[in-house]
Design a protein around this ligand. Structure first.
Ligand code: RRO
Length: 308
């Protein structure tokens, strides 16, 4: 079964890749993704300066998913810019994830990273975990201003990582912003921000930063991810490539993302939990499921979700 895919003209040997943040901060982690069966290498979202991130514990996995408040631990954009040529020798696309602590950081980082020529750049408008910094993706005007600025600088295919939206009016408003900014692909969704997981036995929160509030990932967010993939697939009438992120644990979860309109999927929580061997498992499971359903390739089911 051919599980390769193409996003904005870039071919991916497999439709599976890491979600930014999951096992992709250090050179060693990025090289391990390169050696694995992942279809791409996605970097941790990068900031101007290197960051240690928030205080620990800052990640907690539980049976239904995970909560994190990493706080953008990363090597800083200069380090990722110098790693990109090496990562590009590993036979799969490199996606650089660009973040920032304020709007002006993004164009600075974008300029240097673009020169390093990753295959694609993902602009992260949706980190929920920096104390005092609201998610840019929840401010349509700020998003548009920022995306127009970086679009002038970035010459490789440019995508946007959005937070989940919970109202059709918000899907429509962001869809209109995206249409005006020359965006080549979407990545939906970032973690469901500012959830709270409680340990009832010890009557305490499970992560330290922000009083225990953090971004939710894994199985529990799958319906939210699928809804966002579907909503934007419809807004763009199937013509905007979408990376589906959120709640992918099994091959059937991937199939659901494909039905909603995803072109590829990213793996966060379950990659952290299982390590890079998860990519081989998911390939096997998806291939078996597609064969069982009589589908010969990914495109045959993309977006084909039926309505009642
Ligand atoms: O580093 C983080 O805390 C983090 C980021 Br930048 C993000 O985009 N999403 C997330 O769940 N955590």
């Amino acid at each position: 079964m051919d599980l390769s895919t193409t996003i904005a003209g870039v071919r991916f040997p497999s439709c599976f890749m890491n979600a930014s943040g999951a096992l992709c901060v250090t050179r060693e982690e990025l090289l391990a993704l390169g050696r694995s069966r992942a279809g791409a290498i996605v970097t941790k979202s990068m900031t101007l300066e290197p960051r240690d991130g928030n205080s620990t514990p800052r990640y907690y996995g539980f049976p239904g998913g995970s909560i994190n408040s990493m706080g953008l631990p990363n090597l800083g954009y200069r380090a990722y810019a110098s790693l990109i040529p090496e990562l590009k020798t590993l036979g799969k696309p490199v996606i650089a994830s660009v973040a920032g602590l304020c709007e002006d950081d993004f164009p600075t980082i974008a300029a240097t990273i673009n020169e390093a020529m990753p295959d694609l750049i993902e602009v992260n408008l949706s980190c929920p975990n920096i104390p005092g910094k609201p998610q840019i993706g929840y401010d349509a005007e700020a998003s548009e201003r920022l995306l127009k600025r970086v679009r002038k600088i970035i010459t490789v295919p440019m995508g946007v990582k959005l937070p989940p939206y919970f109202d059709p009016a918000h899907h429509a408003a962001m869809g209109a912003v995206i249409s005006r900014c020359g965006i080549d692909f979407l990545n939906l969704i970032n973690s469901v921000g500012n959830g709270l997981v409680v340990d009832p036995e010890h009557e305490v929160v499970v992560i330290k930063p922000k009083g225990g509030f953090g971004g939710l990932g894994g199985t529990i967010i799958k319906p939210v991810a699928l809804a966002n993939v579907r909503a934007f697939w419809k807004i763009f009438e199937g013509r905007m490539p979408i990376i589906g992120t959120g709640g992918v644990v099994s091959g059937v979860d991937v199939f659901e993302h494909l039905l909603c309109g995803a072109t590829a999927v990213q793996i966060g929580t379950v990659l952290v939990e299982e390590g890079v061997n998860v990519f081989g498992r998911l390939e096997t499971e998806l291939a078996a499921h597609l064969s069982k359903k009589g589908y010969k390739k990914l495109e045959d089911c993309r977006g084909k979700l039926k309505e009642l």
